[in-house]
Design a protein around this ligand. Structure first.
Ligand SMILES: Cc1cc2nc3c(=O)[nH]c(=O)nc-3n(C[C@H](O)[C@H](O)[C@H](O)COP(=O)(O)O)c2cc1C
Length: 243
């Protein structure tokens, strides 16, 4: 299994969310075969803010991708099986670098390229506001196509070390079960609805358009619902890995 993490704290070695991520990775390495793990942070990778030109929606490319590290980060995500987004809670929201990162992925709402991958939002606060951020990150990962297997929600001043360790342990157990195929992934109601809406929208656009052609090429137009599409993609991925 390959893992991609975007850990958006600006606090480097003092970051509590980065420490949680490091603990989680160590535990996962003990449970599953981890072939690679890319941890991106604002310190390590430059991510320019979205300029709002919307050219990505027409071309599929961002004009800033050549100016910063975003192209590499997208490639790393596409090559990974598990996507983790870890944000400190700032005023009951994600922090600025996480929002910047997600804005740059805006076209992914239309193409759902994380289809078949599993994902985990991680939120770290002092005491409150995690719920709103858990919901937001889960929603965005869902509309990018990923299967969100839960949330790791850490409240530093309210949870003991034992409680934090137990929360990490439980999520690692789920990840192992999904990755080994012991547990089948059930997509959310939200994803079922979103996929239906997207398919209705695609029926009304030019068949020659870039978006229509992507959906056709990826076999995303023919599934009767998102659960069938997601399960088929996971099956295909598992078979390729056996080869
Ligand atoms: C601007 C700002 C806003 C914050 N808002 C909240 C909040 O709404 N709720 C909370 O419990 N903690 C809040 N905090 C505290 C951080 O969530 C907490 O310190 C977290 O551990 C930071 O993660 P990091 O150490 O990985 O950077 C805030 C901190 C800052 C700097």
């Amino acid at each position: 299994m390959r893992i991609f993490v975007y850990a958006s704290s600006m606090r480097g070695e003092y970051s509590k969310s980065l420490k949680i991520i490091k603990d989680l990775i160590v535990r996962l390495e003990g449970l599953c075969s981890v072939e690679g793990c890319y941890i991106s942070t604002p310190e390590k990778d430059l991510i320019e803010p979205c300029s709002g030109c919307m050219s990505c929606l027409n071309t599929g490319k961002c004009v800033k991708d050549k100016l910063d590290h975003m192209e590499t980060l997208k490639e790393e995500m596409m090559a990974s099986d598990l996507i983790i987004l870890a944000s400190p809670v700032y005023l009951h929201n994600v922090n600025g670098p996480m929002k910047n990162f997600l804005d740059r992925l805006n076209p992914w709402c239309y193409t759902m390229p994380l289809l078949g991958k599993i994902a985990l939002p991680v939120t770290v606060s002092n005491t409150n506001g995690n719920y709103q951020v858990d919901i937001y990150l889960s929603k965005i990962l869902s509309i990018f196509g990923a299967g969100v297997l839960g949330t790791l929600s850490i409240k530093n001043n309210l949870m003991s070390k034992k409680e934090k360790d137990e929360a990490i342990e439980l999520l690692c157990k789920y990840i192992k079960e999904y990755e080994s195929g012991q547990r089948e992934f059930f997509v959310s109601e939200y994803q079922l609805e979103y996929y239906e809406q997207m398919k209705r929208m695609l029926n009304n656009i030019e068949k020659e358009s870039r978006l229509y052609q992507i959906w056709k090429k990826e076999g995303m137009l023919s599934a009767s619902d998102f659960q069938i599409l997601f399960s088929a993609k996971r099956k295909e991925k598992n078979e390729n890995e056996k080869c």
